[in-house]
Design a protein around this ligand. Structure first.
Ligand code: DAH
Length: 331
């Protein structure tokens, strides 16, 4: 075993001389000095040696360890001083690694959805390329209605006789949920919607909506207002308030605009954040649900509107230009 020590030292030192960079130096250390390395393997054999030879062998193994560790340190220092002479200062801090962060719209969506989840809503999804049934007809927007004009929609090529378009509202997901899910149901859907608007500070051809739908026996306008108020408290704080103003949407009756009073940068402001109402019986009938037995409420909130007010962003275009200097300010 004394011989084995000498052999190991000889091989290790020869190999060390050919380690020419940090990676091969480290590989050498693992191979010879590592916890499962060759020196350790020799040391493990010590327990099987005759008792009277153990002290001498132990001493010899220790000498090998000291020799190899010393050689390793010397070699590493030689590397470092070579790099220093070459003008590389290892004590210099490295280049900063740029960390990404969530987009303000994604963060806003997460916050809104979390608040509704707590209230027992589940999250559902629907396609952005829709047919006229889900975007219009089932939502009580019949053929010939001005909302179906070519100039107000992004129509896509017709496939198998089905006219398709980019959805203009997430209310489409109400229909998809009612067609596929058992009642009662409580769902929210979040996503992109598209309208051919000219881009300016408050308009963009793509934006995001959060749609909510609750259908059960005996659901009322009071449930709707409570839900919106609880959301306002969860998302904007306990002092937030909700106001509903009479309005019109084809798929709700009665319908209302929703304003929320929020405390923004030291000031109370009423902000219009979407529309809501009781699901129109014609919508329930369109998907084969008996409006005498079931009632529902629905709402649709504008995500950009909420994010812009919350963060004091005055131009919607900034949200989609992906200028890192702008995005870096959030989160
Ligand atoms: N879909 C409407 C829009 O895009 C918003 C809306 C209003 C959604 C009332 C609803 C609702 O669910 O009940 O303007």
């Amino acid at each position: 075993m004394i011989d084995a020590c000498a052999t190991l030292e000889r091989i290790a030192l020869a190999e060390l001389a050919s380690a020419t960079d940090a990676a091969s130096l480290e590989a050498w250390r693992v191979r010879f000095l590592g916890a499962n390395g060759e020196l350790r393997a020799l040391m493990n054999r010590l327990k099987d040696a005759p008792k009277d030879q153990k002290p001498a062998l132990g001493k010899r193994l220790n000498e090998s360890k000291v020799a190899l560790e010393g050689a390793h340190v010397a070699r590493r220092e030689a590397f470092e001083s070579a790099m220093a002479t070459a003008g590389i200062d290892l004590t210099e801090p490295g280049l900063p690694v740029g960390l990404g962060r969530r987009h303000p719209i994604s963060r806003t969506i997460d916050g809104i959805v979390d608040a509704f989840r707590v209230m027992g809503f589940s999250v559902v999804d629907g396609p952005e390329v829709e047919d006229e049934w889900h975007n219009f007809t089932a939502l009580n927007i019949p053929p010939g209605h001005p909302a179906r004009e070519r100039t107000d929609n992004f129509f896509m090529p017709t496939v198998d006789g089905v006219v398709r378009l980019l959805r203009t509202q997430t209310s489409t997901v109400q229909i998809r949920a009612l067609e596929t899910m058992p009642l009662p149901l409580k769902v929210v859907a979040v996503g992109r919607v598209y309208r051919p608007d000219t881009h300016d500070a408050t308009h963009y051809s793509m934006f995001h909506q959060v749609e909510g739908l609750s259908v059960d026996r005996g659901v009322s306008m009071a449930d709707l207002k409570t839900t919106l108020l609880q959301f306002a408290h969860a998302y904007f704080g306990e002092d937030a308030e909700v106001r509903m103003r009479p309005s019109f949407f084809p798929f709700t009756e009665p319908s209302a605009e929703v304003d929320m009073k929020m405390h923004i940068k030291g000031q109370w402001q009423w902000v219009e954040i979407g529309g809501c109402g009781m699901v129109d019986p014609a919508v329930l009938q369109a998907v084969g649900i008996d409006p005498e037995e079931w009632t529902g409420f629905a709402f649709g909130l504008g995500v950009e509107r909420i994010a812009m007010r919350k963060h004091g962003i005055s131009d919607i275009r900034w949200l989609f230009e992906n200028d890192a200097r702008f995005l870096r300010q959030f989160g």
